[in-house]
Design a binder for this molecule. Structure first.
Ligand code: SF4
Ligand code: SF4
Length: 192
């Protein structure tokens, strides 16, 4: 079991405490830069900055640099870093908070990662699992570009030929299997 979070050892004064980053700063202010989160993260190889670096940037109030990163969009909420952090910090919650803040403030709206993440989560909410065809249909619609699907056509054909994806008609309305769970999580996150 993780210990209680310690007080910070060396962090920037919270001059940015009133801005959008303050709630995340509170979660990671005691980070001691040991790097365990980065070493534990299965997605770190695809991130532009490591989780450890991200938390240091939050401590320093580097808002523009934090939101310019795609690191938090690539977090798949596996909770491994949270489990292993020797400071007991709520790192997965902090990643989720960055996603919400970026979406709420319209930050990175021109980038693809938020739209991909939203398409993934909406599909899971509806079926309790990912349905690749529908997720990609949602993603392409969100991008609003008629040419983007063409670039994925060869990959889609290969995956279908190998039985990796099943062609099903997307459903964009009606109740989702995980609606109640998602609503509960939204309630909890709004309070944290
Ligand atoms: S594991 Fe915890 S203390 Fe170590 S770098 Fe990551 S957030 Fe900081
Ligand atoms: S919760 Fe996110 S940041 Fe933490 S180890 Fe998992 S994928 Fe990486």
């Amino acid at each position: 079991m993780n210990p209680e979070p310690h007080e910070p050892t060396s962090v920037a004064p919270p001059s940015h405490a009133e801005d959008a980053l303050s709630s995340v700063w509170m979660k990671v202010r005691a980070c001691m830069q040991c790097g365990t989160c980065t070493g534990s993260c299965v997605n770190a190889h695809a991130m532009d900055i490591t989780p450890r670096e991200l938390w240091r940037m939050v401590q320093l109030g580097l808002k523009d640099e934090v939101f310019a990163s795609r690191t938090f969009w690539l977090c798949s909420s596996c909770y491994y870093c949270t489990l292993r952090c020797p400071r007991g910090l709520p790192l997965t919650e902090a990643m989720g908070a960055l996603k919400r803040l970026a979406a709420d403030e319209g930050i990175l709206k021109e980038k693809r990662s938020p739209r991909f993440y939203r398409s993934f989560m909406d599909t899971v909410r509806r079926y309790g699992r990912v349905r690749e065809m529908e997720m990609m249909a949602r993603y392409f619609l969100a991008l609003g570009s008629p040419f983007t699907p063409l670039a994925f056509t060869p990959l889609g054909i290969r995956l279908m030929a190998r039985g990796k994806v099943a062609p099903r008609m997307p459903r964009f309305s009606g109740p989702g299997k995980l609606d109640a769970l998602y609503r509960k999580v939204e309630e909890v996150e709004a309070r944290s």
